[in-house]
Design a protein around this ligand. Structure first.
Ligand code: MLT
Ligand code: MN
Ligand code: ZN
Length: 304
């Protein structure tokens, strides 16, 4: 099984277009320790030819242009003028960074769109997404805990993780950390190998730990290094937890949350522009690496 990182950054990408926080400032100054990163998305394949797209980021078109493995590929038997190795799409929640790229996929391409009934209904209720012609794009709601095969030989299962409704759906008092159908993680398996993709998670319950034990790879929510990082950076008031994202460090942080489990590789993904792990060689990057984590990069492939 192969996992390909299309975008390792959180919503807004790195750098954010209007940000001069200490981390983005390095990019604008041309500092070699940082590189631009697109928004949250990966692709997975059991055979290296057909790919499942997990989340469709606003940067999707550029991400495809930068990835030869996702270029249109004519199938031997067909004279199709519409062809892509992307055989199916799965969304893990309804945030802008995970669904806006669906608009990029509107060019009369046949593919199934998987997600929970709640997230797919939210997409269907928004008329802008009607540019995805239902004659081509079939919505396939999946329930948590049910295994399905989005591509031949690639098995998937979604499961609830603590999260919240998308930012643009927030009203009144927002329930954070709810385990429902608005935020899910994904288990992928092929050829006896198993990987988990969890780009958003508000905290780590025991049930999640039990699920992850024995995995070959875990790509996990690395949004913020410390919970109040955006406030400290002078760019916002919200904490990571308020955004539905567990911090890496501090009480209940993700850095040590999986200690004691057997997991082949642990890597952070969905990394916010304020997070100093984006800086090669920073104390924070060294701390996560010392704890056995890697930091994903756009264009990285993980072969399992
Ligand atoms: C998030 O992960 O919290 C969202 O992507 C925020 C956003 O919509 O920018
Ligand atoms: Mn996000
Ligand atoms: Zn920034």
């Amino acid at each position: 099984m192969r996992l390909f990182v299309l975008g390792s950054a959180a919503g807004g990408g790195y750098p954010q277009w209007n940000c001069l926080c200490d981390v983005c400032r390095l990019y604008w100054a041309g500092d070699g320790r940082v590189n631009a990163r697109g928004q949250s998305s990966i692709a997975a394949s059991a055979d290296g030819r057909n790919w499942l797209l997990l989340n469709a980021s606003p940067d999707l078109r550029g991400q495809i242009l930068a990835a030869p493995r996702l270029a249109p590929a004519a199938k031997a038997e067909a004279d199709d003028r519409r062809a892509t190795p992307i055989g199916a799409v799965l969304v893990t929640n309804g945030d802008v960074d995970h669904i806006a790229g669906l608009l990029t996929l509107r060019e009369k391409q046949r593919f199934p769109l998987y997600g929970t009934a709640g997230v797919l209904a939210m997409i269907a209720d928004n008329p802008v997404f009607s540019v995805l012609d239902p004659g081509f794009v079939e919505q396939r709601p999946v329930t948590v805990g049910t295994r399905f095969e989005p591509l031949p030989g690639l098995e998937a299962e979604i499961f609830s993780v603590p999260g919240k409704v998308p930012l643009f759906m927030e009203t009144g008092e927002v329930a954070i950390g709810e385990e429902g159908e608005m935020t899910v993680g994904v288990r992928l398996s092929a050829h006896g190998r198993t990987a988990f993709y969890i780009p958003g998670c508000a905290h780590v319950p025991e049930t999640l730990k039990a699920r992850l034990d024995g995995a070959d790879a875990l790509l996990f929510d690395g949004t913020v290094f410390v919970d109040d990082e955006m406030k400290r950076a002078g760019v916002g008031e919200k904490t990571g937890r308020r955004m539905g994202h567990i911090p890496i460090t501090g009480e209940g942080g993700s850095l040590t949350a999986f200690d004691g489990l057997t997991i082949g590789q642990k890597a952070y993904i969905h990394i916010n522009n304020t997070n100093p792990i984006l800086i090669a060689g920073s104390p924070e990057r060294r701390a996560v690496e010392a704890a056995g984590w890697t930091v994903t990069n756009d264009g990285m492939e993980i072969a399992l």
